[in-house]
Design a protein around this ligand. Structure first.
Ligand code: NZQ
Ligand code: ZN
Length: 386
């Protein structure tokens, strides 16, 4: 295991009715609250009126930023920063998934500087020294943004989807009530689950190859997602299954399973470029990229891919070479994505071969994984996913 430091200040309130903790948490902050949310699901499922009631009881002045779109765009962040600056916002309360949370994180950082937030943080990666405090009410298990330091925002005109990380961006608290996810459309539940799996893959498939706790935790999360997604697809209001998916979301990207690991994140970078051109759901893009990426790199981390095939998919190893076992594990992953109804080719989401060059051009390569990648490699991975 590599050496590591770990810090995570986000308080978690988990379970049915955990919204009851909101009043107490808000007492620590001033009276001007910016409520941020998406396209209206929280109004349809009743979360919005229950939160408004609590805010009114606490005598908060409520300002709103609604309509935060999936794959949030920088223009929405400017809108939020303006509201914060004009109204001396003391606290941002984000209700939604990764898109609402990420947009709100960018607003929280951008509200404390006089310069352009996009240029300062997302392009120049400047350090963030101050941010409007932020709390989260999570409505979709997927990104882990509810308990991490990342924010991903898109400049649609330049087709750039960029992540920014700062310890100032950890939510102060996150309220995770699994019953809030009962109303998720089937495809959002599926894409969210794929995102959780993908976060585990990014951290799992990298050096070191020793036997360490991060691998065991990772495999447990993968198996838990597979088991519970199946239940939820049959019964969307199964509390236990929804609870497991929600906690898997948080555990997959709150830093814990990446401890002692190099981590990869190339597939995420490729996906971000796909959604920066085509605005596809993040989880759909990952289902397309991951099997292709796995097949491209598995020889460089053969032992791990063998371990994955055996421990996650129960691949029978009798009379098989390591390569055959690894390839079977990758094939099972692909078959699983097909089984749950995710796209596994670019063609299925309407991305033509002719666009691969410009998509590749915008991919940022972290190069911390098993294989040192070039743009040519990225292009090959995308071509294999046509
Ligand atoms: O906008 P509304 O009407 O609320 O509908 C949303 C949205 O259409 C709907 N939804 C959410 N909760 C619901 C619900 N519908 C009914 N009932 C509910 N309870 O679901 C749709 C998708 O929401 P979104 O927030 O876009 O999904 P997700 O959580 O997957 O977030 C995706 C964004 O997060 C970024 C992605 O790139 C993408 O931009 N990521 C953020 C990360 C981070 N900050 O750590 C890491 C990830 O790898 C990822 O890159
Ligand atoms: Zn992701």
């Amino acid at each position: 295991m590599n050496n590591f430091n770990y810090y995570n200040p986000t308080k978690i309130f988990f379970g049915e009715n955990s919204i009851e903790n909101l009043s107490e948490q808000l007492k620590a902050y001033g009276e001007n609250i910016l409520l941020t949310y998406g396209g209206g699901s929280i109004k349809r499922n009743g979360i919005y009126p229950s939160v408004i009631k609590i805010l009114k009881n606490e005598n908060k002045n409520v300002f709103e930023l609604s309509g935060i779109m999936s794959n949030p765009r920088k223009e929405k962040v400017y809108e939020g920063i303006k509201i914060c600056k004009e109204n001396n916002i003391d606290f941002i309360l984000a209700i939604g998934g990764g898109s609402v949370i990420d947009c709100s994180k960018a607003i929280s950082a951008g509200s404390k500087i006089d310069r352009d937030f996009w240029k300062a943080f997302f392009i120049n990666n400047e350090e963030c020294y101050d941010a409007t405090p932020l709390g989260v009410i999570l409505t979709i298990p997927a990104t882990g943004s509810e308990m991490n330091l990342g924010s991903v925002v898109t400049d649609w005109e330049k087709n750039l989807k960029i992540g920014y990380m700062s310890k100032m961006l950890y939510p102060k608290f996150s309220i995770l009530d699994p019953t809030y996810t009962y109303t998720l459309p089937k495809e959002q539940t599926i894409y969210g689950s794929i995102d959780i799996l993908a976060h585990v893959f990014e951290q799992y498939f990298s050096e070191p190859n020793d036997s360490n706790l991060s691998y065991d935790l990772s495999e447990a999360i993968i198996k838990n997602v597979i088991e519970n997604l199946e239940i939820v697809l049959l019964n969307p209001t199964d509390y236990i299954a929804r609870s497991n998916l929600m906690w898997c979301s948080t555990m997959a990207l709150n830093g814990v399973i990446g401890l002692g690991k190099n981590q990869d994140w190339t597939s995420h970078q490729i996906e971000h470029s796909l959604s920066a051109f085509y605005d596809i759901p993040h989880g759909a893009g990952l289902a397309i990229v991951f099997p292709s990426w796995m097949k491209y790199v598995y020889k460089h981390g053969l032992n791990k891919f063998v371990r994955y095939a055996i421990n996650v998919w129960g691949v029978d190893i009798v009379n098989k070479t390591d390569e055959e076992i690894a390839l079977e594990g990758i094939e099972k992953t692909k078959e699983y994505f097909v089984k749950i109804g995710a796209p596994i080719t670019l063609t299925e989401v309407g991305i033509p071969k002719e666009d691969i060059d410009r998509i590749t051009e915008k991919v940022f390569l972290p190069n911390t994984g098993y294989m040192k990648m070039t743009k040519e490699d990225v292009k090959n991975i995308l071509i294999a996913a046509i």
